[in-house]
Design a protein around this ligand. Structure first.
Ligand code: ZN
Length: 434
């Protein structure tokens, strides 16, 4: 009979499995973004080890020599732990620019300590990049955009313009010219004393900045208007039926959740479309505004929502509401490529057109969409029909514009003189004419 043998070997192997799992090797995880080491580059290591970590060491290996960069001073008891330290020339002055290897060793706690060794090729860059900005005077207006040119030398992984906590990418100058440029926005809600900086970073903790020369004409800043929106029962039912059809509970709470939470999510979706942008100008003429349209609301209007005489919410409206007649053909404001053509919460049926370099136009509340994602459109081309889908009480086109994911006032882009002075004068905009 072979059965007892099978049974006993099963018993033995389960015992072995038990033993091994009880003291399994730790797993070591370092973010993939860590590829460069500079002066003192921050490193975060996540370790999973059922019996904790008794000891951990980080080593840098270069040209056959090994240097200890960091070591734990006490054991970590929990199964999941994160270790933060920095590695670089500050603590290992022997490191030279060039190739090296980062090694992390983690020894598990418990009776049978086992060691996991993790390694990655890294690049040592001891010198930070340098960055310089143009000497133009940049007039800043809340909610509006401008263009800066810059130069970056040395090794860097990202560069552009930083305004507060918002960053705007730098792009190589068009036409093969030397240097870079960045379209940037001074957001409608940015504190007035925020200084836009040109920056370059090499991903090794080396970050250099230089300020742009800016003028912030206090008296000419846009003044945002206040509006009261009377939310009727009919409008509330329309919005709830469309945007929260299966919801239950207090209608006012549901309405406010759509108006705030869903608005925020939808704006995040729009903002993320900045990664779907062309690395060249897709347009050459000024942007256009929907023909024969009346502006029923303008950029950054503050809206108070009143229901049965009581204020229930307030929001900022980041676009223009352009009304013509019902089901009018919605015109592309400029040449570009469709990067969104689908329902988008409060924006209803929505189209987003990319114009290159992070500049995009948004069209909301359509009753019909006649274009597809990926399709190229021409300035003035009809892309669908206006309507009142989403958070809209009447037929109109919600027209918005965003720059690297930050919503801006479109009005300057409708102005050929502004485009000449701020864009075409500073970079090659092939085919531009006034
Ligand atoms: Zn609107």
């Amino acid at each position: 009979m072979r059965f007892p043998t099978v049974a006993s070997s099963l018993l033995l192997s389960s015992f072995l499995v038990f033993l091994l799992s009880g003291c399994s090797k730790p797993t070591v995880d370092v973010p993939a973004s860590l590829t460069t080491i500079g002066q003192a580059t921050p490193v975060t290591v996540h370790v999973h080890s059922s019996h904790g970590v008794s000891k951990m060491t980080a080593i840098v290996e270069q040209n056959g020599a090994q240097y200890q960069a960091w070591q734990t001073t006490s054991a970590a008891k929990s199964a999941e732990s994160a270790f933060n330290f920095s590695v670089g020339v500050t603590t290992i002055p022997q490191l030279k620019d060039g190739h090296a290897r980062l090694i992390v060793e983690a020894e598990s706690g418990g009776l049978f300590g086992r060691t996991e060794r993790w390694e990655r090729d890294v690049n040592v860059i001891t010198q930070p990049p340098t960055v310089s900005a143009d000497s133009d005077q940049h007039y800043l207006y809340l909610g509006m955009a401008d263009l800066a040119t810059l130069n970056v030398t040395g090794s860097y992984t990202s560069a552009g313009v930083r305004v507060g906590d918002e960053t705007f990418r730098a792009w190589p100058m068009p036409g093969g010219k030397p240097g870079f440029f960045s379209l940037f926005a001074f957001a409608w809600n940015m504190p007035a004393n925020t200084m836009p900086l040109v920056y370059a970073s090499n991903g090794a903790g080396n970050d250099v900045t230089t300020p742009l020369t800016v003028i912030f004409p206090k008296k000419e800043q846009p003044v945002y208007t206040q509006h009261e929106i009377q939310v009727t029962d009919q409008f509330m039912q329309k919005v709830l039926g469309e945007l929260d059809p299966n919801g239950t509970g207090d209608p006012v709470a549901r309405f406010v959740r759509i108006n705030s939470e869903m608005r925020k999510e939808n704006n995040k979706t729009l903002s993320d479309l900045r990664f779907k942008t062309a690395d060249h100008f897709l347009w050459s003429q000024p942007f256009t505004r929907q023909s024969h349209s009346q502006a029923e609301a303008t950029f950054a209007d503050k809206r108070t929502y009143i229901y049965h005489g009581k204020k229930i919410d307030e929001q900022v409206h980041l676009g223009y509401d352009l009304a013509v007649t019902q089901h009018v053909g919605v015109e592309a404001s400029n040449d570009g490529r469709v990067v969104w053509a689908a329902p988008l919460g409060i924006y209803g049926n929505c189209i987003v057109v990319d114009h290159g370099y992070g500049l995009q136009t948004i069209y909301g509340h359509l009753s019909r969409i006649d274009v597809h994602e990926g399709e190229m459109v021409k300035r003035g081309q009809i892309m669908g029909l206006s309507g009142m889908t989403g958070m809209a009480g009447g037929d109109h086109v919600h027209f918005g514009m965003q720059l690297d994911g930050v919503q801006i006032d479109p009005k300057e882009w409708w102005d050929p003189h502004w485009i000449k002075d701020h864009i075409a004068r500073r970079v090659d905009l092939p085919g531009f004419s006034q």
